[in-house]
Design a protein around this ligand. Sequence first.
Ligand SMILES: NC(=O)c1ccc[n+]([C@@H]2O[C@H](COP(=O)([O-])OP(=O)(O)OC[C@H]3O[C@@H](n4cnc5c(N)ncnc54)[C@H](OP(=O)(O)O)[C@@H]3O)[C@@H](O)[C@H]2O)c1
Length: 245
Amino acid sequence: MTQMTNPTRIALVTGASRGLGLVISRVLAGLGYGLVIGGRDRKALADAEALLSHDAPAVVTVAGDITDAAVRADMIEAARRMGGLNVLINNASELGSIGPLLTFDVPRFGRLFPVNVGAPLVLIQLATPLLADRGGLIVNITSDAATGAYPGWGPYGATKAALELLTRTLDAELHDKGVSAVLVDPGDMQTRMHQEAYPDQDISDRPLPDVTMPFWTWLFRQDFKDIHGQRFTAQQEDARWLQRV
Ligand SMILES: NC(=O)c1ccc[n+]([C@@H]2O[C@H](COP(=O)([O-])OP(=O)(O)OC[C@H]3O[C@@H](n4cnc5c(N)ncnc54)[C@H](OP(=O)(O)O)[C@@H]3O)[C@@H](O)[C@H]2O)c1
């Protein structure tokens, strides 16, 4: 753990050891947020901590699977000890196996709903008292697979569609508490998850997740009450954010 001062603003980011989660954390660090970051690979998480500590006033790592209740509790406790919570990013996600729905048997859902839907929901439940104290923001990372019918992507897409409905409902339920929730579809990016989806393809033509940095910089500067309930596309020309950069 790196902690020099008690930061004024604090964010919790799941799946922050690489890919999109690390990019979001870099933006938050640059804006002066203290960070609680998660992921299963301890070495990758320690490397992320070292990188983020250049800018972030404090970084705490919590290693472990997001479906583990103790891991989620440790993350929330770390934020509480740092002083509270302004932003919760539910980014950690798994792809499961890609394949046509006609050959799909129900047990193959396996970890998909617990990781992609259950864990974010319980983390939100735990985080809400801290977020309510600070007029906080919940960001749930979604995908175009939640809304488009892509052959083979049905199971993963179903979990993201469920996450989208939960997010909209939570935003309506939490509005009176002063907590806002938004969805962000980051678009195709050159990451480990994307390579797993296309194991035999060269994916070097896809942009690195850094392409989303202007969007995150814009998002975290907003009055969170003004953007509640919205769904953003981080790469496309989305007038709701590009006009205001
Ligand atoms: N890449 C794309 O093209 C794309 C497109 C649309 C949406 N997305 C969404 O963007 C988000 C980030 O994906 P990415 O492409 O950046 O993937 P990634 O590079 O594979 O990163 C995933 C991150 O989540 C962590 N993670 C995965 N499963 C976890 C678990 N069960 N418990 C705790 N941490 C876990 C990983 O660390 P460990 O493996 O060490 O745990 C890693 O830090 C996901 O929600 C994904 O659905 C991605």
